[in-house]
Design a protein around this ligand. Structure first.
Ligand SMILES: [Fe+2]
Length: 504
């Protein structure tokens, strides 16, 4: 079923508050300040989308210098492709999201593989038994009850808890089935360089938060966005370090491969110390469902256009409409407005817009800023999930959260991305491991006491009891086995380097 974009998303982004009032900052100790999830996005922070510092006009011009004609032709082909693809999504709605049962991950059908590659999103059913997951949820409630000082957003009616080390999270992250599901998903990625220091087959744990959204909630309304930075995707010192989007800048969007991993290794996705920015390379974001939750019940929406959507939001800042349209519409824009003839390449010094990008915040998308994506009909709900299902979306996927939870039960998930073993991830793992032992928030999420004083907080023994091998390795508590059969040079190399970083 297709979702309608809530007018509140747009209202939020038009609020006029100075960006200065909510600028993210690093503390004197070089550590990110404490924050909650509202700090991660400009619109949740009450900021306005507007043209950026004039230097971004220069960044854009340099990016495509010498390829202007090819870029324009590529843009026109992209618009034609979007016109072909969007009706399929309108027609199929949520059923366009590929699904697979956990028991079949070793024999995934060619259809699932092809659709997953194209869409970038998936539901893996029955990864963990539903009764087990419901018992985790009860333990979580007990943990929160025993520790009433637990921080959450919004504080007056908690929906997203600032918890990283609760018993449920520890059990889920070290669960062998979940680790196997993560490996299955990450093996859709490939490295063009067999010496690149990365292994998609060896998942690492990233300690993120959890959501227990209650019926009626309208505060945790995250509009369409992409995590992993915003301006950084255009900047030479950001994603430019790995030339991740080079074929798009060269005017060849069809050549862009969202599944090539080695180009992501040198990337800096957080040039502005944004609160909530992720320092690990996540191939997929994801969550484990802890409730039966369907569309409009406080769940996730995704845009299943993956490579086309990425190419579009990256190219959009280079083009300006000749004749404007009514920006307030929630309907599809008229053909005359969307037509390629109405859009001209604009590399002028005054065009410093990176639509939806704000330094220090995630990339946001809006119908009026990204009209060709037709977000009101291409943001599709996750199909109904049950406790124990795992949902994943590629790190460049546009996603959103229901603006209102119109269901009658809690909509609860544990945020657990799928992260490969890389040198950078091992370095983060070493820092995160120390935080786990002291009970303070994972390094990306600011300082503060966190759960250090919480009653009933798990320790290493709880990881051991779930999975003494891959679970312990995912947390950084056990050495990787670089003598494992069948490893590439890069896999072996990254294991050795990770072991050195982790002190083994
Ligand atoms: Fe997100």
């Amino acid at each position: 079923m297709a979702a309608r974009v809530s007018p509140s998303w747009r209202a939020g982004c038009r609020r006029l508050l100075s960006p200065i009032t909510k600028r993210t900052a690093v503390t004197q100790a070089g550590e990110k300040r404490e924050g909650d999830i509202s700090d991660a996005f400009a619109s949740l922070s009450g900021m306005e989308f507007k043209p950026l510092d004039p230097r971004f006009a220069d960044v854009k011009a340099r990016l495509v210098a010498g390829n202007e004609e090819a870029l324009h032709a590529s843009w026109n082909r992209l618009l034609a492709s979007l016109r072909d693809e969007i009706p399929l999504i309108r027609k199929q709605g949520s059923s366009i999201i590929p699904e697979i049962d956990y028991k079949n991950v070793d024999k995934a059908s060619p259809e699932f593989r092809a659709e997953h590659r194209k869409r970038g999103v998936a539901v893996i059913r029955n990864v963990v038994d539903d009764e087990e997951v419901l018992s985790w949820k009860q333990e979580l409630r007990d943990y929160i009850m025993a520790n009433p000082h637990t921080k959450a957003f919004p504080p007056e009616n908690p929906q997203v808890y600032e918890l990283y080390w609760s018993p449920a999270q520890i059990k889920a992250r070290s669960n062998p089935n979940l680790i196997r599901a993560q490996r299955f998903l990450m093996e859709f990625w490939h490295s063009k360089d067999s010496n690149a220091l990365i292994s998609s087959s060896h998942p690492t744990a990233y300690a993120d938060r959890l959501r227990m959204r209650l019926p009626g909630d309208a505060r945790f309304a995250l509009g369409p966005h992409v995590d992993g930075g915003s301006c950084e995707r255009w900047e030479p010192e950001g994603y430019g370090k790995g030339e991740v989007y080079e074929s798009i800048w060269k005017g060849n969007w069809e050549q862009y491969d969202p599944w090539e991993s080695s180009c992501r290794l040198p990337v800096t996705s957080d040039l502005y110390q944004g609160v909530g920015a992720c320092s690990m390379f996540r191939m997929f974001q994801g969550w484990m469902a802890m409730s039966s939750t369907g569309p409009y019940e406080g769940t996730l929406l995704v845009n299943p256009l993956l490579s086309r959507a990425t190419a579009y939001f990256l190219l959009r800042p280079f083009f300006t409409p000749k004749i404007a349209a009514d920006e307030t519409t929630t309907e599809s824009y008229p053909e005359t407005y969307l037509a390629p003839e109405n859009w001209s390449l604009d590399l002028s010094a005054s065009n410093s817009w990176l639509q939806g990008a704000t330094p220090g915040h995630g990339q946001e998308l809006r119908h009026h800023l990204h009209p060709h994506l037709d977000l009101p009909s291409t943001m599709v709900h996750m199909p109904r999930v049950q406790p124990g299902d795992y949902v994943s979306w590629h790190c460049d996927t546009i996603h959103a959260v229901d603006s209102v939870h119109a269901g009658s039960q809690d909509s609860s998930v544990l945020y657990i991305p799928s992260c490969p073993l890389t040198v950078q991830n091992a370095e983060y793992l070493a820092r995160q491991r120390a935080r786990f032992l002291e009970g303070t928030p994972s390094p990306d999420f600011g300082g503060g006491k966190g759960e250090s004083q919480h009653l009933g907080r798990p320790g290493v023994e709880d990881v051991v009891s779930v999975d003494p091998n891959d679970g312990m390795r995912a947390f950084g508590f056990k050495a990787w086995n670089s003598a494992e059969a069948g490893l590439s040079r890069g896999q072996k190399g990254v294991m050795e380097e990770a072991n050195r970083i982790l002190g083994f």
